[in-house]
Design a protein around this ligand. Structure first.
Ligand SMILES: O=P(O)(O)OC[C@H]1O[C@](O)(CO)[C@@H](O)[C@@H]1O
Ligand SMILES: [Mn+2]
Length: 461
């Protein structure tokens, strides 16, 4: 059991407890209710069903690419494919039979950090106990799975650099094309009249695009187990009706911080989440930040390795801009041109750091990745996109719903920051007394359905 070093936490169901109740107490009548509650935990469902489903899709993808590997690398490509498939089948078996978590054996810059973290997990258990797939914190095992998938490819040359989620990410973008067109059109048309737009009009435009970026976060391929989860229609017309689903809306504070010194140099950082439609919504937001002179530089932080199926890597950014440039839709290609130029001229800056693909909570960033922490300290506002970032911001603990966001962040205060996230896991803070409980009465899945969202700000540094 992981213990928090911070006060006022609610105990989180650990997979450990759950597994043992299921195995040992199934016949005991008094524990029946408990089993039921635990059995319904999202963590358990994720590790038992969703992660094996994702891994099965990876196996299928690598298998389907056999001919491409043969074409590209000859027989060695086939050997690589076989090695990767054997690795993934073994990994799936380890996960499904609750084998101990084993050290990472590839030789990448983060390998030793992962192995030290495993030692740390061991130290939290009793003597002789081993962390295993069902006896470890959810955040850790889920991140570990993606790192093992990366290891599986790394150890399978010559196909090592192939992104096993690339196809799903690309398809997600292509299936969202109508929504992308609507958004690019909206942005560029707004910008043609920007000089005549009042302060109130600018604020409204910003607020709208911040909401679009929020709802763009519904489209992740991890929650859907790798299945299509694209945005099929424009969300611009639905914003008004979605507004009541924003449980914490600190847009006003975000606006205040950005508009107070308009025209002076200001840096906004966006810690990106998913590629596909969500990435377009983030680019649109970054574009309006510059166009409204709310920021002079936007810094993007992406993942160095394929992660949580749909998370954005450098390849996804390049691919997305290429796609925009190659269409014959006027506004899409215009967006592509402007965004490419922004990156070239340094108005948009791309960053990668391996800390984003570690299992660590963000409150350990200052120790584990001091260079990244100092980089974020240069920012006037850091936007954290998505659910996984929220879990890491809050340490993925079962906080009381009413605990202030600033308290759940514990020591993580590099700069004013804002989480823009749809709820897809069972952690939420900063709600009004009774609000969470009331939602739970009518919608048991309110924390995991993606129907609700937050724009949650914290200014303490
Ligand atoms: O892309 P996001 O918003 O970080 O969501 C990732 C998903 O993966 C999860 O970790 C569950 O697998 C949830 O937190 C969330 O549903
Ligand atoms: Mn994601």
């Amino acid at each position: 059991m992981i213990r928090s070093t911070v006060p006022k936490i609610r105990k989180k169901f650990k997979i450990t407890e759950l597994y043992f109740y299921l195995c040992i107490n199934l016949s005991s009548a008094h524990s029946y209710c408990l089993i039921f509650v635990l059995y319904r935990s999202f963590a358990y469902f994720t590790v038992k069903d969703r992660l094996p489903q994702i891994l099965t899709k990876v196996i299928d993808t690598v298998h389907r690419y056999k001919h491409k590997f043969l074409e590209e690398y000859g027989e060695e490509g086939i050997d690589g494919e076989k090695r990767a498939l054997a690795y993934f089948s073994k990994l799936r078996n380890e996960m499904q039979t609750d084998k101990p978590i084993i050290p990472i054996i590839d030789d990448l810059p983060d390998t030793h950090i992962w192995n030290e973290y495993l030692q740390y997990q061991k130290s939290l258990l009793g003597d002789g106990e081993q962390p295993s797939w069902f006896r470890s914190p959810w955040l850790y095992v889920e991140c570990y799975l993606y790192r093992r998938i990366h290891e599986g490819m790394t150890l399978s040359p010559p196909i090592s650099t192939y992104d096993v989620f690339m196809e799903a990410k690309n398809d997600g973008y292509l299936q969202s094309e109508n929504a992308v067109i609507a958004l690019c059109t909206h942005l560029q048309e707004f910008k043609t009249n920007i000089a005549d737009t009042s302060e109130a009009g600018c604020k409204e435009a910003f607020s709208k695009l911040l909401q679009v970026s929020l709802w763009g976060n519904k489209c992740d391929l991890s929650i859907s187990g790798g299945q299509d989860n694209s945005q099929k229609f424009s969300i611009l017309n639905s914003l008004e009706s979605f507004k009541s689903n924003i449980l914490v809306d600190n847009t006003e504070s975000v606006w205040q911080i950005l508009s107070q010194k308009k025209n002076s140099s200001r840096r906004v950082d966006i810690v990106l989440d998913n590629a596909g439609f969500e990435l377009i919504t983030d680019f649109v937001l970054a574009d309006i930040l510059l166009s409204l002179k709310l920021a002079t530089e936007v810094h993007f932080h992406a993942k160095c390795i394929p992660w949580y199926v749909s998370d954005t890597t450098k390849r996804d950014i390049d691919w997305t801009i290429k796609q925009l440039l190659s269409t014959n839709n006027r506004w899409m290609s215009k967006c592509g041109e402007i965004w490419k130029e922004n990156l070239k001229k340094g108005r948009w800056v791309y960053h990668e750091h391996l800390f984003w693909t570690l299992p660590h909570e963000f409150c350990s960033m200052a120790q584990t990745a001091p260079d990244l922490y100092s980089e974020l300290q240069k920012s006037d506002l850091v936007l954290f996109k998505g659910d996984l970032n929220y879990r890491k911001l809050t340490g993925d603990r079962k906080w009381d719903f009413t605990v202030p966001f600033t308290q759940a962040l514990t020591t993580f205060h590099p700069a004013p920051l804002c989480s823009v996230r749809t709820l897809k896991s069972d952690v939420q803070v900063g709600l009004k007394p009774g609000a969470g409980e009331q939602l739970a009465v009518s919608e048991t899945d309110w924390m995991i359905s993606g129907k609700y969202g937050i724009i949650q700000f914290d200014a303490s540094v």
